[in-house]
Ligand binder design. Structure first.
Ligand code: M6R
Length: 586
């Protein structure tokens, strides 16, 4: 949440680099944005705006140092004043911040009593006034920043920019921040994807580290202020996969990329799948955890492991797992799923599990992310950067991974690969006929509610499908276990209510068909998704049977439906209201 970008170096194009950096990070928050850039005449140019950065321009001038921020509001509404950067009373320090300063209220009162003038309602602004206050008695900036660190609490990442000194201090505790270095140019960002156009040589700051960058180089400090070496690594992925190219939206680009992403897992990840299966085999209980879409992939995993591998794998929502860990043992395995590898709720739970000495296996899409770095074993989805807020290709890649691990445990990996290959063909067919789903979206866009039903692994698919539809179209969508209908849910069904029914030809088929009759009898518009048509369906979407991998094309239908519902309602599917791609605050 919130995107931070900074540039310090030899080029005089800081303005355009900072703007490009913010555009690359906009998916992290798009309430408002701002920049603070030092001009060649020595003055500080500050500009802030409400809304998305989109095609925004800033006056073009030469500069070789500056910072920028794109915001997802936590404390203080969406106003220009609350946008970052924040500047101290003297105009000599500027900061951009991601996270929450938990003790800001007391600090603010104290600073106000000392005469500091606040111009925003944010927690972040206390940082810059605190720096100014500490500077009154201390001129060594490194000591100033050490003192600042000891005074603020919470999970934070920030850049403090000292224009006169032409230097940055970067602090990290909790929220992610990465530095890229090439020759004498330095790039700082919340996410490596914003740095990759310039270099893949990066250093991910660890919690409680502080980095000083100036024209004469970098110095890294540990939590006690002792100097340490920053070991840079070379990332293997490129900036290219993060481009929108010819597509209107990232969401449709990422939906259409799925056949390629899933095939890549079949072709290249066998060794990693074997490693994961082996860890699960030898663990004293495995716990799948994740948030949002990743949590629904985990839930699907529990069904797949039970049915295919005959194993009980536990599942918990990332933000709830903290309250469920008292029984974890040294040989328990926590298997954390996260596209970004930065989701704070998952990371916080994982940290508690690590304290209990449990082992951590992670499956992320972000090499070098926090979760990736803290894991005993880290697997990568290799899905390419996912930019749209609604997760699509990362979800199906997670399902394929779990599906193949389950098959590996059952000694039937080849069968698993065969089913996934069938699922890929089915997705390609669906994509070819996507105009049909677009038409359906136009038909049902006027409805206030949509329900999605399924049993077994299709129940997990129903939950994910509902999330996809609601987050981009703002239509109230609910996924239910089809068997739960009669226990209360059916009261919601009215004449013409769209009800999507995932009904693969598996052990759930007949019972799910009964649910179709029950909602039809109450006037619902029944949309059957199955390999077999039935007269109970008002609309039928054919999905070939791909054994338990049928969940994959089924969810792709909901992804396309969500996308076209958003378009039908004239909404931007890439940046839904109130959301950000990466949830890095609690
Ligand atoms: O990066 P993560 O996979 O950990 O993200 C978890 C959720 O925040 C994420 O899946 C969210 O629910 C998406 N917007 C869903 O489309």
């Amino acid at each position: 949440m919130c995107g931070i970008f900074g540039y310090l170096g030899t080029k005089n194009t800081a303005t355009s680099m900072i703007l490009d950096g913010l555009k690359a990070l906009e998916y992290r928050g798009y309430d408002s944005w701002g920049v603070a850039i030092k001009k060649e005449d020595g003055t500080l140019f500050v500009q802030k705006h409400i809304g998305k950065i989109g095609n925004a321009r800033i006056p073009s001038f030469h500069s070789h140092i500056g910072i920028g921020h794109t915001r997802w509001a936590t404390h203080g509404g969406v106003t220009e004043a609350n946008a970052h950067p924040h500047i101290d009373c003297t105009g000599k320090v500027a900061i951009v911040h991601n996270g929450i300063v938990e003790n800001f209220e007391g600090l603010k009162l104290d600073l106000q009593n000392k005469g500091h003038r606040f111009s925003s309602e944010t927690d972040s602004e206390v940082i810059v006034h605190l720096i100014e206050e500490i500077q009154k008695t201390q001129s060594d900036l490194t000591i100033v920043m050490q003192k600042l660190r000891s005074k603020i609490s919470g999970m934070n990442a920030l850049i403090a920019f000292f224009p006169e000194d032409e230097s940055f201090y970067i602090i990290k505790n909790g929220s992610p921040i990465v530095v890229g270095s090439v020759d004498d140019d330095y790039f700082i960002a919340s996410d490596a994807s914003a740095i990759l156009p310039y270099t893949n040589n990066v250093y991910f700051l660890e919690d409680n580290e502080m980095l000083h960058i100036s024209q004469s180089g970098i110095s890294l400090f540990d939590n006690l202020g002792a100097k340490k070496i920053a070991k840079f690594t070379k990332l293997s992925y490129s900036a290219k996969s993060a481009e929108k190219g010819e597509y209107k939206h990232y969401m449709i680009k990422e939906i259409l990329e799925q056949p390629k992403v899933l095939k890549n897992i079949i072709d290249t990840q066998t060794h990693e799948i074997e490693i994961a299966a082996d860890l699960i085999k030898h663990a004293y209980g495995t716990y799948l955890i994740g948030c949002g879409t990743a949590s629904y992939a985990c839930l699907a995993g529990t069904y797949l492991f039970s049915k295919i591998a005959k194993r009980h794998i536990n599942f918990a929502i990332g933000s709830e797992f903290s309250y469920l860990i008292d029984f974890l043992k040294e040989n328990s395995l926590v298997f954390a799923l996260s596209q970004s590898g930065e989701t704070i709720d998952t990371i916080a739970s994982v940290k508690k599990a690590i304290k209990r000495k449990s082992k951590l296996l992670s499956l992320t899409n972000s090499e070098g992310s926090t979760l990736y770095r803290m894991s005993d074993t880290n697997l990568l989805l290799h899905a390419g950067t996912e930019k749209a807020v609604a997760s699509t290709k990362a979800y199906t890649a997670q399902i394929v991974y779990l599906y193949l691990i389950a098959h590996q445990l059952a000694d039937s990996l080849d069968d698993g690969k065969k089913h996934v290959t069938q699922a890929i063909h089915t997705i390609k067919n669906l994509i070819e006929q996507k105009s049909k789903i677009e038409l359906l979206a136009k038909e049902i866009a006027k409805h206030k509610s949509i329900f999605i039903l399924g049993r077994g692994v299709s129940y997990a698919a129903a939950l994910e499908s509902a999330l996809k539809i609601k987050e981009v179209s703002y239509i109230h969508a609910e996924g239910f276990a089809a068997g739960e209908l009669k226990h209360g849910v059916i009261a919601l069904i009215e004449k013409e209510t769209p009800v999507i029914l995932f009904n693969p030809e598996d052990e759930t088929y007949e019972d799910t068909l009964s649910a179709a009759h029950e909602v039809k009898a109450r006037g619902a518009h029944v949309i059957g998704v199955s390999s077999k048509n039935d007269k109970v369906y008002d609309t039928f979407i054919e999905v070939k049977n791909c054994a338990d991998a049928t969940i994959i094309p089924n969810v792709v239908i909901a992804q396309l439906l969500g996308y076209y519902l958003a378009l039908a309602k004239n909404l931007d599917p890439d940046m839904p209201r109130n959301l950000a791609k990466s949830v890095t605050v609690k």
